[in-house]
Ligand binder design. Sequence first.
Ligand code: PGA
Length: 256
Amino acid sequence: MKIRVFATAELATVYVAALVESLITREPHPVLGLATGATPILLYRQLVAFHRQGLSLAHVTTINLDEYVGLAPDHPQSYRAFMEAHLFRHVDIPAAQTHVPNGLAPDLAAECARYDALLAAHPIDLQILGIGPNGHIGFNEPEGALKTRTHVVTLTAETLAANARFFPDPAVMPRQAITMGLESILQARAIILMAFGAEKARIVKAALSGEVSTAVPASFLQMHSDVTFVLDEAAASGLGAPVAEASAPLVEHFSR
Ligand code: PGA
């Protein structure tokens, strides 16, 4: 496990974007696992900038982590719409190579099975993750037991509270989502978790504590052989020496 700490989210994002660009230029058929939320927006903006400078994404396949149940793809708060607005619409990825779970599927169990088959057919080269304030990755919420494969999840009160900023009318806020499971995430060849801001410091510390717990789903990332936490200084502010010693990560600081 590697931990990269940058002075700002912007600098951290440049680092991640360079890694993604290198994968896209190196691999004939790269598969990117993508996330939504505030955290990766700068990354997508940077990839769009690379595209405008000549980077083609025509050979890329993308597989998103999750989608709200009950929202149509063109609903402005759907994750499909988020990806269109921040990335897909601005680059040359063919639509058929972009995958987000269908939150309107009449048979949700069949939709989960379809997504698992998609993941089996397209192993993810690089999975981009954010982290929820409760430690979720995708919508794998803290619970007594975590699910391995794509499943329907009922969102926790903490996640609903965090999502409320995107839903002016709380009555239409979805209570359920379809999400990739923990094992599917851990099957990615490489994983980058990005976390920015002081409000993520507590959960980043918990995720890197040296213990694995279903109470902090992101803590399972410690078991992956190629995972990098990319943090700004605020999100890394809880990582003292004892944490570094317990989990023996490689901490590198990239300052201005
Ligand atoms: P955020 O969400 O990027 O909006 O902070 C991250 C998450 O909930 O996974």
